[in-house]
Design a protein around this ligand. Structure first.
Ligand SMILES: *Cc1c(COP(=O)(O)O)cnc(C)c1O
Length: 379
């Protein structure tokens, strides 16, 4: 039925969420370098890891980039480096992805939450009131690819003497007021999971920092706390960026500027096409931020009806996230209850995400836009 939609030239009947098949359609250059790596046997913290780190640091405009095993580890390791543990609280956003809170819990600390605003980032108005004597760090999340109000968060952090670890996993190359994500916190985490802005062939993460001591500690912590082959300075983890993934990372980090530009263009096209459809509300776009659109998320009336309508017509729309994180069973012991974060709750009911990436065609986007319009017009 979907393929008979009159407005799509009869061409589009399916819109996939992930562009990975297209992203890696011509992998020969990667295989070439992998062949070299395999011959060298340089698998553990091999040459490609350092090369990738230099390229990533340059892309983000940071002094140091350290490759680790995942985006989750890229949050956990800086928290550990700050000495956080049992009894310490980390303030983060109530609407984030599981891993942000998982990282806090992994070091033994306790997550505490602040509600978000309609740009999906921490509501800075509520931040200061949530700080207690047990608060030992702030973890703002740049959710969807937009950028939290870091100038104000840094001001509050400074007033309370709190370190800031940014979760940049969804906002690689995001900017606010001309400063890139990674430019505020003592450390910032990025992920190269297959669903992020740049992807490797499995899991990988990167910590960036401008702080030499943080750089030193993260490098120790990712590799058993080893100062060198024979000397163990502290207890750490086995969370090295895999040399094989670093080869893929080198190939894709070169493209990150174009990837982000492609995403922003696709998002602008949706903004234009969806504007004026009754039932859809586009988040207010912020002039001071460069949004990189890991997710293209809008508010929709009868969201569940729209989701079903889209899925039935081959559009892989998604919900980020249907159960507010703070209400998940795993977090029950932290004592929050439904209704504690009303904006997060509303987003879990009203928001829908459409595919948005550099490989999406305008015909596919027209199909999405027409399908949404038809839903609200009873078509
Ligand atoms: C994906 C993600 C992470 C974790 O990244 P992984 O590489 O999957 O461990 C952390 N925080 C946010 C906001 C994310 O989207």
């Amino acid at each position: 039925m979907a393929d008979r939609n009159p407005a799509n030239n009869g061409a589009v009947s399916h819109v996939r969420f992930s562009p990975l098949g297209q992203q890696f359609a011509e992998p020969d250059a990667i295989f070439e370098e992998l062949r070299e790596l395999v011959r060298s046997g340089d698998f553990t913290l091999g040459k490609p890891v350092g090369e990738f780190e230099t390229m990533f640091a340059a892309a983000v405009g940071a002094k140091h980039a350290i490759g680790v095993g995942s985006g989750t580890d890229a949050l956990k390791i800086p928290l550990k480096a700050l000495g956080l543990g049992p009894g310490d609280e980390v303030l983060t956003a109530a609407n984030t992805f599981y891993a942000s809170v998982g990282a806090i819990v992994e070091v033994g600390a306790t997550p505490r939450f602040v509600d978000c605003d309609d740009n999906f980032c921490m509501d800075v108005e509520q931040l200061e009131a949530a700080i207690t004597p047990r608060t030992k760090a702030l973890m703002p999340i740049h959710l969807t690819g937009d950028v939290a109000d870091m100038p104000r968060i840094m001001e509050i952090a400074a007033r309370h003497g709190l370190p800031v670890v940014e979760d940049g996993c969804q906002s690689l190359l995001g900017e606010r007021g001309g400063t890139q994500v990674g430019g505020w916190g003592v450390a910032t985490a990025f992920s190269m999971h297959p669903l992020k802005i740049i992807n490797v062939w499995g899991d990988a993460g990167v910590v960036v920092t401008n702080d030499d001591e943080m750089n030193r500690k993260v490098r120790l912590l990712r590799n058993h706390g080893l100062r060198n082959r024979d000397e163990m300075e502290i207890f750490g983890y086995n969370s090295r960026l895999d040399s094989v993934q670093a080869v893929v990372g080198k190939w894709i980090v070169r493209q990150v500027g174009d990837i982000v530009t492609g995403r922003a263009e696709a998002a602008a096209y949706y903004d234009q096409g969806l504007a004026g459809i009754p039932g859809v509300r586009i988040p207010q776009r912020q002039a001071e931020t460069k949004h990189v659109y890991l997710l293209y998320m809008v508010f929709a009336e009868n969201r569940d009806g729209l989701l079903e309508h889209c899925l039935e017509r081959g559009i892989e729309a998604k919900i980020h996230y249907p159960i507010p994180l703070y209400q998940q069973d795993a977090l029950a012991s932290f004592g929050y209850k439904a209704g504690d974060f009303p904006v997060t709750d509303r987003h879990s009911r009203d928001c829908i995400s459409f595919p948005v990436d550099q490989h999406l065609s305008r015909a596919e986007q027209d199909y999405v836009i027409d399908t949404v319009r038809a839903f609200y017009q009873g078509g």
